[in-house]
Design a protein around this ligand. Structure first.
Ligand code: ATP
Ligand code: MG
Ligand code: MG
Ligand code: MG
Length: 479
């Protein structure tokens, strides 16, 4: 099956189960102070779960464009290095708002994967919530019971609160989840059973494909739980991962979601992806990032120097840097890849088609400006490195590079790390502070878009990560 057929089959299946198919919400969020970008299918239904709004229908399904590059879900650094985390991805989802619950959700997930998509049952593993005594949470015996109708006991594993219990925030709807994982390991590895379990769920080739959340409780302000008057289902399945397992390949980039983009990159660069590992990673990064950038722009987020716009600009620059330094591309070319997105995705996501001209011209302009910066800055950085004795590059010199060339300091650090060198960050900060006090109009800080008020995340603020003189990113650690 092609990717298009797989997406359609998902919609058809849930339509046959009386679901209303709805369009994806935009990837850019303008009216939620807790989020910059849509990062899960349920975002657009949040108010229905919270009881603030009526659900549009009791059963709904869709494919939601998601972007996980900031806040609680930040997968940016995985991209290109692993084969199944993207910045932008499609999350297929089906929902029940007070309608069906665990038994149907489980039966349908199983039927869709094994009957419609014909996945190998021997490679599927399920995790169910094991309970948490300290929190007074019972194990999800109902889910286990319903899974046992389809799956043998040794394929159902326990999952802890972190992976298998979902909460929207400190208060509000929450409940256990069941995850479906697919084992991509080659047969000879799968034969090496370790005695306790058939599979090591932490193995990088055992991939989570679908998460079924069963919202059955309400967490009250005093921390106690009560059963919700009506129970809901919220599921999310990575579309690109689903295509990978159905198409029998071992990387999302080998599915036809990405191969047309990668072929186009090969065509423009004259490099084949198999040249070496670095080229392969660069092509994956570019193929991934162009989707994120193009869809964000199509949904109204232009690259800029602060907030969500700066996130998009950084993603674009990250891709440009790979293209420039690994594939020797010193002319803008990523804008030409929008054509492939239009061809492959424009039917299902009409915004990429209708906004195409704008998207192309914005990307081209950004690419060409950043390439100029890169050329000048990289030359200067080479000089600085060759003049450096030892392994630590002078902070004042890095500051000059930043100040006169607009060369991003995080890029300087990255390049130095690759050469096993370090930046004298304290020296850099000192120069920055001096410049600020010199400048009469003290640099305006624009933190508001970045300081995510994530009341729903169990995270602890650990400080600011400076990206340039005007933009600071609040960094959190999960607690
Ligand atoms: P993972 O553990 O692999 O990071 P997750 O538990 O963070 O995934 P969920 O929040 O449960 O993911 O999202 C539902 C589904 O979306 C996942 O089961 C997975 O198939 C898919 N998914 C999540 N993050 C990504 C990503 N960065 N790129 C592609 N697909 C993703
Ligand atoms: Mg994740
Ligand atoms: Mg997970
Ligand atoms: Mg998950």
């Amino acid at each position: 099956m092609t990717a298009k057929e797989i997406r359609q089959a998902y919609m058809d299946y849930f339509k046959s189960k009386a679901h209303t198919i709805v369009p994806s919400a935009p990837i850019v969020i303008k009216n939620d102070p807790t989020l910059l970008f849509t990062n899960a299918g349920m975002n657009q239904f949040k108010d229905a779960f919270l009881g603030n709004a009526e659900a549009i229908a009791p059963r709904v399904a869709d494919s939601q464009k998601c972007l996980r590059v900031s806040g609680k879900h930040n997968d940016l650094e995985e991209v290109g290095h692993d084969t199944y985390h993207h910045t932008m991805f499609e999350m297929l989802g089906n929902w029940s708002f007070g309608d069906y619950f665990k038994e149907d959700a489980i039966a349908w997930a199983w039927e869709l994967l094994t009957d419609v998509f014909k996945l190998d049952k021997d490679r599927i593993y399920i995790t169910v919530f094991e309970g948490d005594e300290g929190e007074g949470l019972a194990s999800d015996d109902d889910a286990r019971k319903y899974w046992l109708k389809w799956v043998s006991e040794d394929r159902i594993l326990n999952g802890n609160k972190k992976d298998n219990f979902w909460e929207m925030g400190d208060q509000g709807p929450c409940g256990p989840s069941s995850e479906i994982h697919f084992d991509l390991r080659p047969q000879e590895d799968r034969d090496k059973v370790d005695g306790k379990s058939l599979v090591n769920m932490d193995h990088p080739e055992v991939v989570e494909i679908w998460n079924l959340v069963f919202m059955e409780f309400n967490r009250k302000a005093d921390g106690s739980l009560e059963r919700l008057p009506a129970q809901h289902v919220d599921t999310g399945m990575g579309f690109e991962r689903l295509c990978m397992v159905i198409q029998g390949v071992r990387s999302n980039y080998d599915t036809d979601v990405f191969t047309p983009i990668i072929s186009e990159i090969e065509k423009h660069s004259g490099v084949v992806k198999t040249r070496d590992h670095k080229s392969l990673v660069a092509m994956r990064v570019i193929a991934d990032h162009i989707r994120a950038i193009a869809f964000a722009i199509a949904d109204g987020q232009l690259p800029s120097n602060n907030g969500a716009g700066y996130v998009i600009r950084r993603i674009l620059r990250r891709a440009t840097r790979y293209a420039y330094s690994v594939l020797d591309m010193n002319e803008p070319f990523m804008f030409k890849l929008v054509d492939v997105l239009d061809r492959e995705m424009g039917e299902f996501f009409p915004e990429i088609r209708s906004q195409r001209t704008l998207v192309e011209s914005v990307i081209q302009e950004e690419e060409s400006a950043f390439l100029r910066t890169l050329e000048q800055g990289l030359k200067r950085l080479d000089d600085i490195i060759s003049q450096t004795q030892g392994k630590v590059v002078d902070g004042a010199k890095a500051f000059e590079l930043y100040d006169t060339f607009g060369f991003p300091v995080d890029l300087t650090s990255l390049i130095l790390r690759e050469k096993e060198m370090d930046l004298d960050q304290a020296g850099f900060d000192e120069e920055m502070a001096k410049q600020k006090s010199r400048s009469r109009a003290a640099t305006k800080m624009s933190t508001d878009d970045w300081v995510e008020i994530r009341k729903d995340a169990r995270e602890e603020f650990i400080g600011y990560d400076r990206l340039d003189s005007t933009v600071h990113v609040a960094k959190y650690r999960e607690v």
